[in-house]
Design a protein around this ligand. Structure first.
Ligand code: KG4
Ligand code: ZN
Length: 390
């Protein structure tokens, strides 16, 4: 039970859904610490995430990452109101490690455990707020008693606008998740009520960038590298076909583009034309089509649904949300409909992290939604629509 419904809950959260071992401490929407141990190097030679290796790395990293999150925030186990963990969607062997740790610690310290949907967390990551009042111990105050006293005081940040948020006039908002595993347009009726309006029928946007990047040996994840190379290239150099233009829905598809990209790379290789400039041009052109596909479908969705929903905000989350070209082109499309783009306050909050899990968990904590021991099973395919159905 929350101590006081007006006070933001202090939550330690964990995410091991894919290839980052992450732990964070949040106070309501305020991020006090956000530790991420990336496994990118481990998976780089496979060009994607290798589930068994991910599990091993999570096992190794989980406890140090949790300890670092608490230390960075200056919080003890006793001070926490609750623990939170991603229970899906994600890689089953990877999810298992975070859940196991969360269950153990919640029992050991007798704290409620909140189960979070990773996709809901990506959607809500734009709500994260900077810790504007970092806690500092003044000279001569560094004894434990004073520390606890000052800490308690500094935690009373008047940031918690949960009730206002749930009644806010910006609902419904439109959500867009673009990550390595998912690409979906989501109707956010209010916090906890989601409806998928369109989603990829095959690969996710990030997955396509990673796979195509691998064709030109960019390592893993290739998305950020491709963005860098694209800056030096001509986005009109190679002509990729815009997918799904004759189908009247808001779904996405990236597998056809992947095949077209492979054909293009082979052609360049066979003609000995895959030089530096060709790589830049290829990166720019592929990034351009990935973004155009999203803005095309967004425009089509808004042309149909804006009269009904009168959206004023689009909430963008997921690893690919870090891409500046995507943000720029989304803004251009949204401007036509007088909609504002909202992105997380730092790029670190776009990719997988646990602070976003803590923020989503804060809302569930407020609604007294915690897991019972029989609900801690991992849910590798959990839909965002069912986020609050536990
Ligand atoms: O959200 P995330 O960390 O993991 C999943 O939940 O899947 O997203 C990872 C994806 C990868 O495909 C990565 O290539 C992509 O996000 N990504 C980017 C950028 N940064 C990360 N794609 C394009 N531009 C970026 N700057
Ligand atoms: Zn993710």
């Amino acid at each position: 039970m929350p101590k006081n419904n007006q006070q933001p809950p202090l939550i330690l959260s964990i995410d091991t859904s894919c290839d980052e071992t992450a732990a964070a401490v949040t106070l309501g929407r305020v991020v006090l610490s956000n530790i991420i141990a990336s496994q990118a190097e481990i998976h780089s030679e496979y060009g994607g995430v290798f589930p068994d290796l991910a599990k091993l790395a999570h096992q190794e990293n989980i406890e140090p990452v949790i300890a670092a999150a608490l230390k960075r925030a200056g919080i003890s186990w006793e001070q926490l109101d609750a623990l939170a963990v991603t229970i899906g969607p994600g890689l089953a062997p990877a999810l298992e490690i975070g859940i196991e740790a969360a269950v153990n610690f919640s029992q050991k310290f007798n704290k409620p455990l909140i189960g979070v949907n990773h996709l809901e967390a990506h959607l809500l990551s734009i709500l994260a707020s900077r810790n504007k009042r970092p806690f500092k111990i003044k000279q001569g105050q560094a004894n434990t008693k004073n520390k606890t006293k000052i800490k308690e005081k500094s935690l009373r940040i008047p940031e918690w606008k949960l009730k206002q948020l749930n009644q806010a006039d910006f609902f419904p908002a439109l959500g867009l998740i673009v990550s390595g595993g998912h690409s979906e347009f989501v109707l956010i009726k209010k916090i906890g009520q989601y409806q998928v309006l369109g989603q990829t029928v095959d690969d996710a946007a990030g997955e396509a960038l990673d796979k195509v990047g691998r064709m030109i040996n960019l390592g893993y994840p290739a998305g950020p590298v491709l963005e860098k190379l694209a800056k030096k290239g001509n986005p009109a150099a190679f002509d990729f076909p815009l997918p799904m233009t004759t189908i009247k829905n808001y779904n996405l598809s990236y597998s056809g583009l992947k095949t077209a990209a492979l054909r293009q790379v082979r052609l360049l290789e066979n003609n000995n034309q895959l030089n530096r400039q060709a790589v830049f041009d290829f990166a720019a052109s592929f990034q351009q089509i990935v973004v155009r596909h999203l803005t095309y479908k967004l425009k089509s969705l808004l042309s149909d649904l804006q009269p009904q929903y009168q959206f004023t905000q689009l909430w963008l989350g997921g690893g690919v949300a870090a891409n500046l070209e995507l943000r720029k082109q989304l803004r251009q499309t949204l401007k036509l409909f007088s909609i504002k783009l909202h992105t997380p306050f730092e790029k670190r909050l776009c990719g997988d992290n646990a602070a976003m899990i803590g923020i989503a968990a804060g809302f569930k904590h407020q609604a007294n939604l915690s897991l019972t021991p029989d609900q801690t099973d991992r849910r590798p395919n959990w839909s965002v629509e069912q986020s609050w159905e536990i």
